[in-house]
Ligand binder design. Structure first.
Ligand SMILES: Cc1cc2nc3c(=O)[nH]c(=O)nc-3n(C[C@H](O)[C@H](O)[C@H](O)COP(=O)(O)OP(=O)(O)OC[C@H]3O[C@@H](n4cnc5c(N)ncnc54)[C@H](O)[C@@H]3O)c2cc1C
Length: 375
């Protein structure tokens, strides 16, 4: 029987982060992924590392720690990673009010943000529509990676640099005490970390049934590479995004914004839409997204959702070519009240999951915390 100090199930960002953190502690690591490559949420996202949206305190600190790890690891692993920052844009008085209120306490909570007028927004990004713009909020902490590239390269680098043993196209069908069972091998591991994303059915379904975790489906789109050397600059977020991230929850002024959206454009609430844009290193603009929660996820995408997202996007983004070349959806696991779900299955086995819409932003930090606290 083969042996590793740590076995990790799932090569999405959570599993990769766990493998890295374990390997950096000098443990031998084996990483199992059932696909020939990771195919879950981690290759389907914007590639935004987004500390500015995370809840103040522990989760925001976790995001800033993950940011440091990205900046350290990406050049070593040959992953494109740019420190682009972000702009939240306000076209309505209620959006501007939320940004002003947030700006009033953000510094005390460790966020590094600046309120900027329309002219300063224009100096940061030539892609922002000027008509009707009241101003924006600049944050320097956001990074951009191309998730397809990053999630493909990280395991190869983990194998080369840290000696991690890779088992792709290897479905883990059972974990029993300290043993990992696949169709062709049985491994013994001192510690087993289950990072299986939105699959709640294969391993320990009874724990998932009681976990409070739910699944969330998001629709996404991508343009072709923009012509010439046109760049978006920072990640862009429209006013609907203020309804979405935990960082803004303490703002009393959010109530008025939420009320206007629910009265005037209930379709955005219905599909959980807020609109953001990022740009890959080769110039494609990634656009999203919607949020449909629950276990009953249909495999088909809704044209109506894409149309709503694109219509809203055109309200704040001016780009040379917004023709959509790719459409897809992703599904992640989310806990309604928590930023993660870490559960002990048995003394040597943990589930590490539930990072919701922030796995690219928080996983490296979370993995370190889990291993630090594992007695
Ligand atoms: C459309 C979309 C946009 C998003 N945008 C962002 C963003 O810009 N920034 C951000 O921070 N977050 C974003 N997120 C969230 C982020 O993508 C997720 O939090 C993160 O990818 C979850 O990672 P994971 O490793 O838990 O799951 P996954 O990436 O789904 O990985 C789980 C892996 O486990 C494997 N697996 C499962 N069961 C087994 C088994 N029994 N044996 C072997 N392998 C198994 C699966 O094949 C899969 O590859 C977005 C998510 C989506 C869907």
């Amino acid at each position: 029987m083969k042996h590793a100090d740590v076995a990790v199930v799932g090569a999405g960002i959570v599993g990769l982060a766990c493998a890295l953190s374990a390997a950096r502690r000098g443990h031998s690591v084996v990483l199992f992924e059932r696909g020939t490559r990771a195919e879950g949420a981690s290759i389907r996202n914007f590639g935004m590392v987004w500390p500015v949206g995370q809840a103040p305190g522990k989760v925001h600190e976790r995001a800033l720690r993950s940011r440091e790890v990205w900046l350290e690891v990406a050049p070593q692993a040959g992953i494109w990673c740019e420190s682009v920052g972000s702009l939240h844009l306000a076209y309505h008085a209620d959006e501007w009010a939320v940004l002003q209120e947030f700006d009033g306490f953000a510094g005390d909570l460790g966020y590094d943000v600046d309120l900027v007028d329309a002219a300063a927004v224009a100096s940061r990004s030539g892609a922002v529509r000027a008509e009707g713009l009241l101003g924006g909020m600049w944050s320097p902490t956001e990074l951009c990676v191309d998730p397809r590239e990053a999630i493909a390269r990280l395991p190869l680098w983990l194998a080369e640099e840290h000696g991690v043993t890779l088992r792709f196209a290897t479905h883990v069908r059972e974990i029993d005490d300290h043993h990992v069972e696949t169709a062709s091998e049985r491994w013994r591991a001192d510690r087993i970390m289950i990072c299986s994303g939105a699959d709640f059915h294969t391993l320990f379904p009874e724990i998932y049934a009681d976990s409070g975790l739910t699944r969330c489906k998001l629709q996404m789109m991508r343009t072709r590479p923009q012509p010439g050397s046109w760049r978006l600059g920072p990640h862009l977020a429209g006013g609907l995004t203020l309804r979405h991230y935990a960082a803004f929850e303490p703002c009393q002024s959010l109530l008025a914004l939420r009320q206007r959206v629910s009265e005037q454009t209930p379709e955005f609430d219905r599909w959980g839409i807020h609109v953001m844009a990022s740009q890959t290193g080769i110039g494609e603009i990634t656009i999203g997204d919607s949020h449909e929660y629950g276990d009953d996820i249909i495999p088909f995408d809704r044209r109506e959702i894409d149309d709503l997202i694109l219509h809203y996007l055109r309200g704040f983004l001016v780009a040379p070519d917004l023709e959509i070349l790719e459409r897809w959806h992703g599904v992640y696991a989310k806990h309604p009240q928590a930023a993660d779900f870490v559960a002990d299955v048995s003394p040597g086995v943990k589930i590490v999951n539930g990072v919701g819409g922030a796995g690219m932003t928080t996983s490296f930090g979370l993995a370190e915390e889990v291993l630090d606290n594992w007695a």
